[in-house]
Design a protein around this ligand. Structure first.
Ligand SMILES: *Cc1c(COP(=O)(O)O)cnc(C)c1O
Length: 406
């Protein structure tokens, strides 16, 4: 086989559909979030404003976080030096796991190298181990959950997105004695909608199913201490497994699950994606610890309320300009384009003409025909930046003759 030709053809196909991914070469500027420099070849760079970061609160540049990381590097060096089992468990890992368990009101928590790995490892291990497990999975679950479910080899049924009646029907059809696991998210990151967590937990309890909730786009951002939407809704104690990331609102990287002592100890002892990989560097865990602690307290609550206000203000400005936003009750503000090639063009033009960076979101991240620009306003995007963004979007909508709001 001509391997290189195979790869080239598949890439050409993506390019033809306008789905070829081009990464912006950015250099974030500490202390100036959401400003960054875009490298444009050679030594050339230009200033841009980032409108699509998942560092939702700018914690990746927070002085408290940076100080904790510097201190950890000075005290302990760069890497963890091993897997968690073989010399890689540093005191920072232990403290962070305690902090995360406490944040979620659970007995224990377990760190993974990313949120993706946490989902993949935990779901594949749980569903493969529970005898004859049936998985019920929301139709819009993240790729990392889908992979974990696939790798488990367990039978799965998909319920329509956030459709409690459909989930109930599938649970009622299943053998009452069979172990079941319901996997879902709180804030869905591409539409910004939020699951009816309490209703889903009612069903889990009634049908004896284990509940597994991905709060990746909610930790740090919702609830009194930033534990997520389950905390906000007063149902956190009823969730069996809460999964989160340290890479989005907490501003670093890493993932985790929180749950009962026994469940977490079981994963610690059996999940391949936890066991056979080098532990996170101590500086990352130290920074995450500082970030989680900061966001738990009053400073975090203030950022959370400003964050929601910023999202609502941006939605208002976009609506007033007749731009077709996807309405959502969260901090995520998607603007619909509805075509892959033009979504890419819109993103390119925003960057070239207006120094505004928003990555196009295309299939398979979202269904075809719903391609979009996904805006993530932070507490540090002020009114002036929003007005510049709205004016730029109007210019691009006219230039490309894109659809206005209905
Ligand atoms: C980003 C994301 C993950 C993966 O988290 P990382 O820490 O980035 O690996 C998991 N679930 C959802 C819903 C996500 O959007």
């Amino acid at each position: 086989m001509d391997y290189q030709r195979f790869f080239a053809e598949r890439i050409a196909q993506l390019q033809g559909e306008g789905r070829y991914r081009v990464f912006a070469d950015l250099e974030r500027e500490a202390g100036r979030f959401p400003a960054a420099r875009q490298h444009v070849g050679g030594a050339q760079s230009r200033p841009v404003t980032v409108w699509c970061s998942n560092d939702y609160l700018g914690m990746g540049q927070h002085p408290t976080v940076l100080a904790a990381m510097r201190e950890a590097i000075d005290r302990t060096g760069a890497g963890a030096g091993g897997t968690r089992n073989i010399s890689g468990t540093t005191h920072y890992h232990v403290l962070l796991e305690q902090e995360l368990a406490e944040l979620h009101g659970k007995e224990s928590a377990l760190l993974f190298t990313s949120g993706y790995v946490a989902n993949e490892a935990a779901l594949s291990c749980l569903a493969a181990s529970l005898p004859n497990c049936l998985i019920l999975s929301d139709a819009l679950n993240h790729a990392s959950m889908i992979q974990g479910i696939r790798h488990s080899g367990a039978e799965k049924k998909i319920f329509r997105h956030n459709d409690v009646a459909h989930l109930e029907q599938l649970l009622a059809e299943a053998d009452p004695d069979r172990p079941k696991l319901v996997a879902f998210e709180s804030v869905y990151s591409m539409d910004g909608d939020i699951a009816p967590i309490g209703d889903i937990l009612d069903l889990c309890e009634r049908h004896g199913a284990l509940s597994y909730l991905d709060e990746v786009h909610a930790v740090g951002l919702y609830g009194r201490h930033g534990a997520g939407v389950a905390q906000r809704d007063g149902v956190m104690d009823r969730v069996d497994v809460i999964q989160g990331t340290l890479g989005k609102a907490f501003g670093l990287m890493g993932g985790y699950v929180a749950g009962s002592d026994m469940l977490v100890d079981f994963l610690r002892s059996h999940a391949s994606g936890f066991i056979f990989t080098t532990a996170l560097p101590p500086a990352i865990t130290a920074g995450a610890l500082a970030s989680v602690r900061f966001l738990k307290e009053a400073g975090g609550a203030a950022l959370r309320s400003l964050h929601q206000e910023r999202a609502e203000t941006l939605r208002g400005k976009l609506r007033a300009a007749g731009l077709p936003i996807i309405e959502a009750p969260s901090h995520i503000v998607p603007v619909l384009v509805g075509d892959a090639a033009r979504c890419k063009q819109a993103s390119d033009l925003l960057l070239e003409r207006h120094a505004i960076y928003v990555q196009p979101i295309n299939y398979p991240t979202v269904p075809r025909g719903t391609e979009r620009l996904r805006l993530t306003p932070s507490p540090l995007h002020d009114d002036a930046a929003m007005d510049r963004l709205v004016a730029a979007l109007k210019d691009i909508w006219t230039a490309l003759d894109l659809k206005q709001a209905a």
